[in-house]
Design a protein around this ligand. Structure first.
Ligand SMILES: Cc1ncc(COP(=O)(O)O)c(C=O)c1O
Length: 1011
């Protein structure tokens, strides 16, 4: 309770909550993974616990779901990203479920779990600028995005010269592509807007409103369609397309097609058809969007599936736009046209995408491994399997009917693998670069067993597997002793060909400067194996260490030799030795262990090293006195180093929402981030311990009027999903209502239709939705109420999905408060229209009066939903009982957030709670008031630590913006005449005299621009 004494203003109930939150934090910190701890990953085998029981996962999932806090999404387990590796997905349980993920997290991973190049990049500092906080990509030049753009353009069809990134996944990428297409489609002869997309039967383009409209499956699509915006669907044949274009071509603004219709059943479209689509779209002047969300990034061999079909090599066969997501880490749009609107994205996710791009070609070996196995499977089940298709990392087959498909899928966990159904009778697989022969042999045997047991009633029973004890208790490890040498050299002699044998003097010298261990049988004392190594500086003459860029830093331990006697195999001797070696080196402050594995000769040892987190550093040639090759690897023994401090003299008030604690908050060092960064999990299908912890906190913080939550991947997806959520309870809903000056995002069609278009490119809205006067505007609350009454009289309340109002206008600074808020809430209640409060500029304690801006409103203002985008790749929809949709799998997308973003936001909430934000807000207010009071036409807006300065016009705003920047203060931009002051929440000490002096110096420079 000691922290509470720092807050003399907090009332009693908050004191009690504070105690609860402090206790929760203490409990969670004790349970959380420790940065840099030695973790052993699963690299060898499927493991199935007795009875399929996962008590650890089950207990955590209960904590995640809470008392109906969020829908029970049928998550089968809590995934341990730290122990998962390559194709092996491992649960957190003490006796875990470890299965082969044969769908690579719905085709989002190019290398399965623990992508080795990504681990290396993390330790080499490549994530330094984006791991602990997310740079605001709408404010600053971000080198990671520039590099990603360049890399994508090198691979794209030459006609596509522009790249845009968007926050969430495939749906949002398609929405952005639709926005660009609509901007560039020729106008209709009759001047009417084009509102429809042309899409194909069996298509899937996402679950946001405009992409759902273009998704074939009527079950998914129909509940969310909007009159006049229904897609034109046609069969995937050229005559059908010609007919559709002839009858509806002038209503359509884009043609949207997947080159391989994945969700629709892995339908491989023919080159001739797609070429025809390209030509017909062009003949009708319609932009063609190729949806490569699931097929890009070398999923089909070449980088784009379009290229697999031999298309895109010249302008005539290039589409106008290509979209990617999944393996891209963020939404990507490659386009013939530039994007007039910049977007905020999660840079760490973009960098993960860039690394997957750079290594995408490593998936190239998979197709050749799949073909013979698929042939053999079809030969074994000639009547059951039909239409086998293999391409790149994908393969699929059809079963006779949906019942067989179900029976196959229902046994997948019992059989030890994960995959998904598609279409009505297809089973499809997505592999990654991490799959080797041994994994595929294992998987295909399991698939065959599944097929054999389609009608077996006992197939759902669990058969324990892989439960051998990890270690043989009769193996003990001790330091090498003088008497051991004859046995050591005998084992060395037996194990290796002469070129690879180490001499006794070499091993003795390693033991002298470093470590020599032997593993012995506890009973007989006989030597079963040994390991030797020491600082790499001792091995300067050895191939590998001689080129190690860490040579001379005294932080790396070279594992010179680790050998197990042939007779002692399968007793875990190598693992026992490796663990002892790693712990010894870790205790002595080494940051890495490095070593060599001869390529092709030491698979077991390489797998063992990988299980301790080894990543490759270099491929060594001319090894072992001949033509052999070896992999020089490195095992990190600690967390990646902390990012170096940024040498910035600028006070950044533009990025507060993306970086609530600045560019590198030190508290992030307390969190283990390697697992969540290098192994991105589909949170729609699984949970992780970090997500469970975060959910527990949010359960305690849920804003007034709410008690349930959905997670989203971005700001736009948050708004879009909330509209879908409301639509399910208001099936007649046709429009949503925004406020003048309002901003809720600008990517998806629905969200663009809610935001005030001032400052954006033309035709921002897709839907013709109204915006009403803001109660804080010149007409006051009366103008709002009058406008709402008129709207209801015109369209009926049932047609309105909800009123979307920001507590603090992110671009306008207009604040919903006091009587204005009362009037809005009362009018919504009177018409029975849902009140949706958007808290992006006020949530997460920024309003400085509690966790949420809604805490500043009169008690009778009770929202139906509260939406909060805290930055990065996550968003939250809090909703009350009335509009909560409990049914699982209805309001999901591939990702449903991002674990790394969740961890950061969790820490922000923990840290913000402990600050005296009211004092900081008062200091900010005093400084801004003092500086701008004398400036003609200037008006302060906003609340707490989100303040706005509205100037006489856009030119005056630009002058102030530039003058402040010149004097070291970076303001943000809102509406064209409005600037933003959103400092880091812990900027308190800078908000008084330091800020006043800066502003006093800057503002005289703007005098000539003032009216
Ligand atoms: C072809 C295609 N487009 C779009 C999407 C939607 O992507 P997301 O779930 O990331 O929004 C998917 C997802 O499976 C897809 O396969």
């Amino acid at each position: 309770m000691s922290a509470v004494s720092e807050h003399p203003r907090v009332p009693g109930s908050i004191v009690a909550l504070e105690a609860e939150l402090a206790a929760l934090e203490a409990r969670q910190r004790a349970e959380a993974p420790v940065p840099g701890a030695l973790v052993e990953r699963e690299t060898r085998r499927v493991r199935i616990p007795p009875g399929g029981e996962l008590p650890g996962s089950s207990a955590l999932l209960e904590r995640y779901y809470g008392a109906d806090f969020c829908p029970r999404e049928k998550k089968p387990m809590v995934v341990d990203t730290r122990r998962s590796h390559g194709p092996f997905m491992v649960s957190v349980d003490d006796v875990p479920l470890a299965i082969l993920d044969a769908c690579s997290q719905i085709a989002t991973l190019t290398h399965g779990f623990g992508h080795p190049t990504m681990v290396r990049a993390l330790h080499a500092g490549r994530f330094d600028r984006c791991l602990w906080a997310n740079p605001d990509t709408a404010v600053h030049h971000v080198p990671e995005l520039a590099a990603y753009t360049e890399a994508l353009l090198r691979l794209a069809p030459p006609a596509l010269a522009h790249v845009s990134f968007v926050g969430a996944g495939g749906a949002e990428a398609n929405e952005k592509a639709l926005r660009l297409a609509r901007l560039h489609v020729p106008p209709r002869a009759d001047g009417q807007p084009r509102r429809r997309v042309l899409a194909f039967k069996d298509s899937f383009h996402g679950r946001t409103l405009a992409t759902l409209a273009a998704t074939w499956n009527p079950e998914k699509r129909a509940p969310f369609e909007f009159a006049g915006h229904e897609a034109v669907f046609c069969d995937a044949t050229l005559p059908a397309l010609e007919r559709a274009l002839a009858s509806h071509g002038d209503e359509v603004y884009a043609v949207l097609v997947e080159p391989m219709m994945a969700e629709g059943g892995d339908v491989h479209l023919a080159r001739e058809f797609l070429l025809g689509v390209c030509r017909l779209a062009r003949a009708h002047g319609l932009p063609l969007i190729v949806d490569e969300v699931q097929t890009g990034f070398a999923t089909g061999g070449p980088f784009f599936w379009w290229q697999r079909l031999g298309l895109g090599g010249d302008a005539s066969t290039a589409p106008d736009l290509i979209t990617c997501a999944k393996k891209a880490g963020v939404g990507v749009v490659l386009s013939r046209w530039p994007d007039p609107e910049s977007n905020q994205v999660c840079v760490a996710s973009a960098l993960r995408g860039l690394i997957q791009l750079e290594t995408a070609h490593e998936q190239g070996h998979v197709e050749a491994l799949l073909r013979p196995r698929m042939d053999a499977l079809c030969a074994e089940f000639p009547t059951l399997l039909s239409d086998p298709r293999v391409a790149g990392t994908t393969c699929a087959f059809d079963l006779p009917d949906a019942a067989a498909q179900n029976a196959f899928i229902n046994q997948r966990y019992q059989r030890g693998f994960m995959t998904y159904p598609a279409g009505v009778r297809t089973i499809r697989f997505r592999f990654s670069a991490s799959w080797e022969d041994r994994h595929l042999d294992d998987l295909f045997a399991r698939v065959a067993e599944d097929l054999r047991r389609l009608r077996d009633e006992d197939a759902l029973a669990w058969v324990p597997e892989g439960q051998l004890p990890e270690f043989d208790e009769s193996v003990v490890v001790r330091a090498v002793d003088e008497r051991d040498w004859p046995a050591i050299m005998a084992i060395e002699h037996d194990a290796y060909e002469p070129a690879r044998r180490d001499s006794e003097p070499y091993l003795r010298s390693a033991a002298a400067v470093g470590l020599g261990l032997v593993a012995c049988d506890a009973d007989g004392g006989e030597i079963l194996g040994f390991c030797f190594g020491g600082p790499i500086e001792h091995f300067r003459g050895v191939s590998g260490p001689d080129q190690d860029d860490r040579l001379g830093r005294n932080d790396s331990f070279y594992s010179a030799d680790i050998t197990v006697a042939a007779a002692a195999r399968a007793r875990g001797v190598g693992r026992t030795l490796k663990r002892a070696q790693a712990l010894w080196a870790q205790e002595r402050g080494f940051a890495y262990i490095s070593g060599r594995n001869r390529v092709g000769a030491t698979d077991a040892m390489a797998a063992l090293n990988k299980s301790f987190g080894a990543f490759p550093v270099a491929r060594l040639t001319h090894q072992y006195e001949g033509h052999a090759e070896a992999d020089y690897y490195r095992i990190p023994l600690g967390a990646p180093p902390a990012p170096p401090p940024l040498p910035s003299k600028v006070l950044d008030f533009a990025c507060g929402l993306q970086q609530p604690f600045g560019p590198a908050p030190a508290f992030m060092a307390t969190r283990e981030l390697v697992g969540p960064t290098v192994s991105r999990v589909n949170l729609s299908n699984y949970a992780t311990l970090d997500l469970v912890h975060y959910s527990e906190l949010l359960q305690k913080l849920a804003p007034r009027g709410t008690g349930h939550m959905y997670v989203t991947t971005s700001r736009d997806e948050m708004i879009d999903k909330s509209l879908r959520c409301l639509r399910l309870s208001r099936p007649q809903g046709q429009l949503a209502v925004g406020l003048e000056g309002g901003y809720v995002g600008h990517v998806t069609g629905a969200v663009r239709s809610l935001s005030d278009p001032r400052g954006f490119g033309r035709d921002l809205a897709l839907f013709d939705w109204p915006r009403l006067p803001h109660p804080a505007g010149s007409g006051g609350a009366e103008a709002f109420v009058r406008a709402l009454d008129e709207l209801v009289a015109r369209v009926g309340a049932a047609a309105i999905l909800g009123l979307y109002a920001e507590v603090v206008g992110e671009r306008s600074g207009l604040v919903l408060a006091g009587d204005g808020a009362r009037a809005v809430a009362a009018a919504c209640r009177r018409h029975d229209i849902p009140l949706v409060l958007v808290e992006t500029a006020s949530g997460g304690y920024r309003a400085a009066a509690g966790a949420w801006g809604v805490d500043t409103l009169p008690a009778e203002v009770v929202p139906d939903a509260v939406l909060w985008y805290p930055g990065g790749q996550i968003g939250h929809i809090f909703v009350g009982d009335r509009y909560y949709i409990k049914k699982p799998l209805v309001l999901i997308s591939t990702w449903d957030g991002d674990e790394l973003s969740a961890i950061r936001t969790h820490e922000h909430l923990r840290a913000a709670r402990k600050l005296d934000l009211a004092a900081a807000a008062a200091a900010l207010d005093a400084s801004l008031t003092a500086a701008f009071a004398g400036l003609p036409g200037a008006r302060l807006g906003g609340l707490g630590l989100y303040r706005t300065i509205t100037l006489a016009d856009a030119d005056a705003a630009e002058a102030v913006y530039q003058a402040c920047l010149h004097h070291g203060l970076q303001l943000g931009r809102g509406l064209p005449d409005t600037l933003i002051a959103a400092p880091a929440l812990d900027a308190g000490p800078l908000l008084g005299a330091a800020l006043r002096d800066m502003l006093a110096a800057a503002l005289p420079d703007t005098a000539e621009h003032q009216p």
